[in-house]
Structure formats: structure tokens, C-alpha cells
Ligand binder design. Sequence first.
Ligand code: KG4
Ligand code: ZN
Length: 335
Amino acid sequence: MLILGIESSCDETAAAVVEDGRRVLSSVVASQVAEHRIYGGVVPEIASRRHCEAISPLVEEALSQAGAGLSDLSAVAVTNAPGLIGALLVGVNFAKGMALSAGLPLVPVNHLRGHIAANYLCHPELEPPFLCLMVSGGHTNIVLCEDYTSFKILARTRDDAAGEAFDKAARAMGIPYPGGVELDKIAETGDSEAYSLPRPRIEGAPLDFSFSGLKTAALNLLHNAAQRGETVSVPDLCASYRRAVVGCLMESFRQAAEETGAKRLAAAGGVSANRLLRRELEAMAEETGRALYVPELSLCGDNGAMIGAQGYYELQAGHRAGMDLNAYASGEIGV
Ligand code: KG4
Ligand code: ZN
């Protein structure tokens, strides 16, 4: 069964053809990152316009690379939440048009479910249930994936997402958007014990995250040094900051794994590309005798293949939308 997956929730227009939720026949991504970089973050209006320009040739390219025509498809799957509303609407309306004209089922996919499904594309043996650390630019959750379309959120962030925390601290260090990627690279050369940073916890909700205090501590460190005329070692601060963020993620994830007794662990979302996080997850899995699944690097960030993969399981579960399908800026993974 071939599913066309369409993704336009943020600053990447993406389309892919996926077979049976597991095999990528094509995956094309048009990134707008270079254009948003001069503003230090994503400008929603620009994102929507670029999606409009990119989407039609991109979908054609995905079909052509897969050697598939519309008549070979079983459904059109599209991200309809969460994300930038104007950006989401481009993908949703394009998918509606395709589904209507080709007489195909239209399948709405939650972006976060899509990130988790990237693991199905890389690990044929992976099946729910498993415990997933879902870390992206907009979300940070620990999710119990009970089934392909059934999720329980065990932890969430009270303020910034992990990716956002990386990007904002990176920006203050003069690293261009999206700074998380570069911060991770620079951190490899720094001393992670050079600066002491807090690891905030939430009283009464031990699994939840809070990154805004940690981010502020890094910003204060930079401002205070500038006021005193002292230099800050960017590699050392990157390494110390990354250690603190990853430390917070791992502490909760380790506790959630113990509490749930999960035998299989996974990670998903843009931040799952982080080198230290991957190393620490591997170490924890090995130490505790659990299996670990992380997406290959090309599937950690936003892509259409993950939407095609999750779309397959949503379709199997009978989830279809009509021509009144809407897009939603927010949307929990369980909804
Ligand atoms: O999942 P994603 O592509 O988009 C959202 O759904 O938000 O995640 C993007 C986020 C950005 O904040 C980016 O800085 C972060 O993922 N990111 C990283 C790394 N690669 C991407 N953060 C830390 N280390 C990385 N290697
Ligand atoms: Zn994403």
C-alpha cells in the first residue's frame, strides 16, 4: 500500500511516498532555513508563502522519484497539527485537492505522531508498546506509545521545548538559527564541566521538564561576562549547556523507563539528532538491558516520510478526514 505523505508545519516543505508504513520509496525536503536565518527564527508569513511555491513541484518530484502515479496511491496523508497555522494550511489544502481529484482517502496526521513513526522506517522490527522521548523545536514529551495510534503523555515541558532552549542559548552565543545543530557540533570540542548551570525540576511533577531557567542562566552568564569585560569560551559553554539540557532529559526519561518498566525505548524529533543525547540514550539502554531505537539522522528533522508512515497506521485504524479537514496550531499527540 503506497501512501503519499505531505508535511508543511514549520519551515520545511516535504513530501514522500512510503510503502506499508515501513519503506521509503522517495522523500523530498525543501528547507527554508537559509531564508529565515537572517531573522534569527522562523517568520510565519514567509514560511506560508514559500510552502505555496514549493509544494506542487515537490509532490511531483516525490511521485516521480518513487516511480508512482496517483493511481498507485492508496491515500494522501498530511500533517494538520500542531504547527504554524498558515504553514499547515498550505499542506492541508494541497492534500485535500489531491485527494478530491484522485478519489483517494485523506488522512490527517499529528506531527508528533509522525516524528515517532520515523522510527518504523528505520527499524523494521520495532512495534508498540515502547517509551519515547519526543524532543523537537516546539515540543518535549515523554510518551508511552501503547499502540500505533494510541499514546499516553507521561511528561511535558512547562515552558520552553528542548530544541527551543538550544536555539535560544545558541542565538545568545552568536550562533545562527537553528542554533541547536551548530551548538551540538561546537560542544564536541568544549569542556562540559567548565561552567556550572542549573538543572531545574518541577516540584510535584518529577517527570516534567522546565528549560527556561536553564536558558536564562546561560544568558545571564553571557551578559555578566560582557559587563565585566571577561571572555566566555563558546565551546565550553556549548558543552556545559548541552550537558545540562541532556542531563534533564535523561533524568526524567530514565525515571519514566523505571516506573513503566518499558523494555523498548525510542527517541524522536529534531533534537534526537543530538550527539550527546544519542550517546547517553545508548549508554542507558545498554546499562539497563533495554532495546533502543532512534531514527537515522536524515529522518530526525521534519520530513514527509514520517507522515506517510504514520498515515499508513492511521488509515489502518480507520482515521480519515473529509473535505472539511482543518489545521490546528496546537494539538496533543493523543488527540
Ligand atoms: O523536529 P524538528 O525538525 O522541528 C519541530 O517539529 O520543531 O526540530 C527542530 C529542532 C530545532 O530546535 C533544532 O535546533 C533542533 O531540533 N536540533 C538539534 C539538533 N538538530 C536539530 N538540537 C540539538 N542538537 C542537534 N544535533
Ligand atoms: Zn518536527
